[in-house]
Design a protein around this ligand. Structure first.
Ligand SMILES: Nc1ncnc2c1ncn2[C@@H]1O[C@H](COP(=O)(O)OP(=O)(O)OP(=O)(O)O)[C@@H](O)[C@H]1O
Length: 247
C-alpha cells in the first residue's frame, strides 16, 4: 500500500550548523507516530519541512505519493497540522473562529462545526469569546480546527501543551479512536513520552538532528523496557535505572 508519508534523505542546515541530517521515515495509513527528542533535537524543524513551511536543502517528502515540492496544494489537501502556536481570534467565539476556518473548505458538511466542538468538549463554551478561555481550552479549539476537514494525516507539535490530566486522557482517546475507526494517521511531536506511549503505534527518536531509532513500539519496548528507557538508551546510552545507579 502507498505510504501516507515518505521522507527520503532529508537534510536541512540552518546558518551556523547542520540541524537535520539525512532523515528517512515511512508512515503507513492509520499509524500513530510519536516523534521524541530533547530540546533542540530538530523535531519542529522536521515537522515544518514535512508540511512545506520550510524547505529542505535536499531530499524528498511525499504525502500520499505526491511530492510536496512539485504539487504542494494537492499533497497538503488531505493533511492538517498544528505546529507551534495556532492563534485563534481572541475577540471571537470558538464557533465564530471555526466558521471562519470553514471558509477554506467549501464542501464541509453542515453540522461539522458542531460535531468538532462536541469532539473537543467545547460545545457548552462555543459562544464565549476565546479571550476568556484557559490555555487548555485554546488548545482544544486549535485541535478542533485541525479536525474540521476530516484530514487523513494530522501532524501535531506538542499537542498536550496546556492540557490537564483529563485533557491528555481525552486527547489520547480521540487519537486512538480516529486512527482505529477512521484510519486517520498521526505524527505527533511530544516531550511527554510516557503520556504518548500508550497511544503511539510507532516511535521515532531524534537527537542532535539525527534519527537515532525508529520503529514499531512493540519492537522498541518489552521485557521490562519502557519507551522512556528506549529513549534514554537512544539519547544517552543508558536507561533511567542505570542513570540512577550512577548518579
Ligand atoms: N530559524 C532558525 N534559524 C536558525 N536556527 C534555528 C531556526 N529554527 C531552529 N533553529 C535551531 O535548530 C535546532 C532545532 O530546533 P527545533 O526547534 O527543530 O528543535 P525541537 O526539537 O523542536 O526543540 P524543542 O523541543 O525545544 O521545541 C535548534 O538548535 C534551534 O536553535
Amino acid at each position: 500500500m502507498e505510504p501516507v508519508m515518505e521522507v527520503r534523505q532529508v537534510v536541512k542546515r540552518y546558518p551556523g550548523g547542520r540541524v537535520i541530517a539525512n532523515m528517512s521515515i515511512r508512515v503507513g495509513k492509520g499509524e500513530v507516530w510519536g516523534l521524541f527528542g530533547p530540546n533542540g533535537a530538530g523535531k519542529t524543524t522536521l515537522l515544518k519541512i514535512l508540511t512545506g513551511l520550510i524547505h529542505a536543502d535536499s531530499g524528498t517528502v511525499k504525502l500520499f505519493g505526491i511530492d510536496i515540492q512539485d504539487h504542494y496544494a494537492s499533497a497538503m489537501s488531505r493533511v492538517s497540522c498544528l505546529i507551534e502556536t495556532a492563534d485563534a481570534y481572541e475577540y471571537m467565539s470558538a464557533e465564530r473562529n471555526l466558521k471562519l476556518a470553514a471558509r477554506y473548505y467549501p464542501d464541509l458538511p453542515k453540522g461539522r462545526i458542531d460535531e468538532v466542538l462536541e469532539l473537543v468538549g467545547l460545545s457548552n463554551e462555543k459562544r464565549k469569546k476565546v479571550s476568556g478561555y484557559s490555555l487548555g481550552m485554546k488548545q482544544r479549539l486549535a485541535i478542533a480546527a485541525a479536525l474540521l476537514a476530516r484530514p487523513e494525516l494530522i501532524i501535531l507539535d506538542e499537542p498536550t501543551n496546556g492540557l490537564d490530566i483529563d485533557g491528555i486522557l481525552w486527547l489520547r482517546g480521540l487519537i486512538a479512536r480516529l486512527s482505529r475507526e477512521e484510519g486517520t494517521t498521526f505524527l505527533i511531536s511530544s516531550h511527554g513520552i510516557q503520556e504518548m506511549e500508550q497511544v503511539c503505534t510507532h516511535a521515532c527518536i531524534i537527537g542532535g538532528g539525527e534519527l537515532i531509532s525508529q520503529g514499531r513500539i512493540t519492537d522498541l519496548v518489552g521485557g521490562g523496557i519502557t519507551l522512556e528507557d528506549a529513549y534514554l538508551y537512544a539519547i544517552h546510552g543508558q536507561a533511567k535505572g542505570a542513570a540512577r545507579i550512577h548518579a
